[in-house]
Design a protein around this ligand. Structure first.
Ligand code: GLU
Length: 373
């Protein structure tokens, strides 16, 4: 695998809260400076850099003197803390980048900005304009207005969504863990480090526990989910430790990190968007015959659907489950959940009798479907 950071033209770097904010002493300014020096070197070589940074809630809590762990805060309290901390976060980046002659541009995204196609295209155009002007986009979730149902919740998946949106070649997830292990290394002495992942199998997924640190929301699980989104979109992804000063130089010089290979057949733009969708409203289970049809590139017909799960509208993203209930893909569904439930298992002639002549031929059209995600 190509581990040479310098050879990737467009890089998204995700910074975890634990790196940027020390519980006792606040913002780790010296560290941030060293990160920004690394970024300056990368940009001087002609590469483009985007930052997805956590830390708003952690910084805000310190400023407001609110103690305790993430879980002990009510949603509106975390949101209020983010409202305060996001100002400090952006200022810290703008000042530090500015000292080395770089310009920061703040982008705060809500889930709808990536899950609604039109808004997705708008956000992408704005970010591309920033990059064209040589600025460094500093991206975070718009925590203060996100609601519990409509939020990314963790910046690992947000960063992957951004990487896929801007067609990044490399996504670096920097946090306080240095990579993927066969099991949690803190509690298991036999845990083995995995330096490279060619494809994200169920075995790899099973290695991810739920561990989180005090401030960060994402654990290994969200990092593996991020890897699925990013690699399917054609990006290489790295999980590495950012604890030391000059974290990018350290990884470039061979510090321990896990590298995920990009998919050999990256999917097209529209399918990329479907595959990376975070707002999945339900699922349809299909029979063996339909599964074979899908594998050979066909659309999903109502006749092959055995069960409809969840409450969704026409056009929503749903997971496609194989006969044994495991996920085999996802797509945009042509029917709402009520009609889908009515017509599951039926042939088109029977469907026409049931819901009239305005039927659509497929439950999920092949152009709106992505398998193996
Ligand atoms: N958006 C949150 C923040 O800035 C962090 C989410 C995460 O930890 O992944 O505080």
């Amino acid at each position: 695998m190509n581990r040479n950071i310098e050879s990737y033209p467009r890089i998204v770097i995700k910074i975890g809260s634990a790196l940027l904010v020390n519980q006792d002493t606040g913002l780790r300014r010296k560290w941030l400076q060293s990160l920004v020096e690394d970024i300056a070197a990368i940009k001087q070589g002609g590469q483009e850099v985007l930052i997805v940074s956590s830390g708003a809630i952690a910084l805000g809590r310190r400023e407001l003197n609110v103690t305790g762990t993430h879980g002990t805060l009510k949603l509106e309290e975390s949101q209020a803390a983010a409202a305060v901390g996001q100002i400090s976060l952006s200022r810290a980046y703008a000042e530090t980048l500015g000292q080395l002659g770089m310009i920061a541009g703040q982008i705060l995204l809500t889930l709808g900005d990536t899950e609604t196609r039109r808004r997705y295209l708008n956000a992408r155009a704005t970010i591309n304009a920033l990059l064209q002007w040589g600025a460094v986009p500093i991206i975070n979730e718009n925590d203060s207005v996100a609601t519990s149902e409509i939020r990314y919740g963790d910046n690992d998946r947000l960063a992957a969504r951004v990487a896929s949106m801007v067609g990044a070649d490399l996504l670096l997830l920097l946090s306080d863990v240095d990579g993927l292990y066969t099991s949690a290394p803190e509690t298991n002495v036999t845990a083995e480090f995995i330096p490279e992942v060619e494809s994200i199998t169920r075995e790899i997924e099973a290695m991810a526990g739920e561990a989180t640190t005090l401030f960060s929301r994402g654990g290994m699980k969200t990092k593996i989910e991020a890897a699925k989104i990013a690699t399917a979109a054609g990006s290489t992804m790295v999980i590495g430790s950012g604890i030391t000063d000059h974290p990018l130089t350290a990884i470039a010089n061979g510090a321990r990190s896990t590298w995920f290979a990009p998919s050999a057949n990256p999917i097209n733009e529209r399918k990329k968007w479907i595959a990376g969708g975070l707002d999945v409203s339900g699922s349809v289970q299909i029979d063996g015959g339909a599964m074979m049809a899908l594998e050979s590139g066909k659309s999903l017909l109502p006749a092959g659907v055995t069960e409809v799960i969840g409450d969704f509208s026409r056009g929503d993203t749903v997971d496609i489950l194989g006969p044994s209930g495991h996920k085999i893909g996802r797509g945009l569904i042509e029917y709402d959940s009520t009609d889908a439930g009515k017509i599951a298992g039926l042939k088109s002639s029977q469907i026409e009798k049931l819901i009239g002549p305005s039927i659509r031929s497929a439950m999920i059209h092949r152009d709106d479907m992505v398998l193996h995600v």
